[in-house]
Design a protein around this ligand. Sequence first.
Ligand SMILES: CC(C)(COP(=O)(O)OP(=O)(O)OC[C@H]1O[C@@H](n2cnc3c(N)ncnc32)[C@H](O)[C@@H]1OP(=O)(O)O)[C@@H](O)C(=O)NCCC(=O)NCCS
Length: 268
Amino acid sequence: MNIIASLVKEGFVPFAFGSRANLELLHPAPFGEQLLMLAADDPAQLPFHNFINRLNGLAYGGKDMGMPAWVQIDCGILPSAFIGFAVSAERLPEKLKWSLDIGSYQGLVPISEAISIPTAQPGRWMSYSMSTVIPGRKLGFASKVLSLKAYGCRSCLGVAQFDNFALRIHTRFGPLQIVEPHVPYHTCPTNSFVYGLDLQGGAILDTLERGGRVEDPREPSFLLHANNTEKMQEMALRSRQGSHRYWLLPPGAVRNEGVYNPILEEAL
Ligand SMILES: CC(C)(COP(=O)(O)OP(=O)(O)OC[C@H]1O[C@@H](n2cnc3c(N)ncnc32)[C@H](O)[C@@H]1OP(=O)(O)O)[C@@H](O)C(=O)NCCC(=O)NCCS
C-alpha cells in the first residue's frame, strides 16, 4: 500500500507552502504525486497562513498556541516550505471548521503539516514540526515522509521529549541516534533530547511510502523512564566525554505504568 497515493485517492491534496524561490527547488511530484505549490507571498494565500498557524497551534495544545507569525515566516516560509495535506473546507467536520475558524471560506484547508529547514551541514535538515488535526490516519507521518522526499533530505535532526507519543512515528524512520540526551536549555527542560536520523540516501523514505518497515535487530540495553532526568544527564555526560553512544530503538514511547523508551547503549 503506497501511503501517499492512498491519501490522495481519499481526497487529501498534498501541498507545499513557502517562498516562490524555495517552491521552485522542491521535487514537484514526490512519489509520483503532484504537490500543489502555494506561494506564501501571494496575498490571496493569507487565509492559508492563518490555517497553518491554527492547525499547528491546535495540534500542539490550543488554537492560540501556534508558532509566532514571525517564526512561521522567518524560520519556515523563507528558508523552506511547509508540506502537508489539505482538504476542501466543506469536507471538514463542523467542530473542526469551528476550531480552525473557517467562517465562510470555501477553499482548501491544510489539516496536516511537516517542516524541516536546512542546517549548515550539507544534506542535513532540522525537522521542527509535524502535526495534524485529524489524528490516527497517518496524515502527520505521511506529511513528514512527503516533506523529506520533496526537500531531497538525506539526514535530519530533531528535538523531542521522551514522553511524546510522536516518538512512535519518528522511530518508524529507524533507530534515532541520541545526539544530546538532555537539553536543559529548552522550553521543556526535564526530558527533551536531540536526535539524528540517517535516511540512507533517501531509501528509507521509499520503503516507508511503500508501506514497508525499517527493521533493526538490535536489542535495547535498558528502558529509560520518560521522566528520569538524572539518567538523561548521565547519558549526556558520557556522550560528551565520548565514552558512549546511545540509540532510541523502535517502537519508542512504550506505555507501561508510565512511558519508557528502549535505549541501546554502545561503549566506544
Ligand atoms: C504526532 C502526530 C503528528 C501523529 O499523527 P498521525 O500521523 O495521525 O499518526 P499515525 O496515525 O501515523 O500514528 C499514531 C501513532 O501514535 C500513537 N499515539 C498517538 N497518541 C497517542 C497516545 N496519546 N497514547 C498512545 N499512543 C499514541 C498511536 O498509537 C500510533 O502509534 P502505533 O502505530 O505505533 O500504535 C499527531 O498526533 C500530532 O499532531 N500530535 C501533536 C503534535 C506533536 O506532538 N508533534 C510531534 C512533535 S515531536
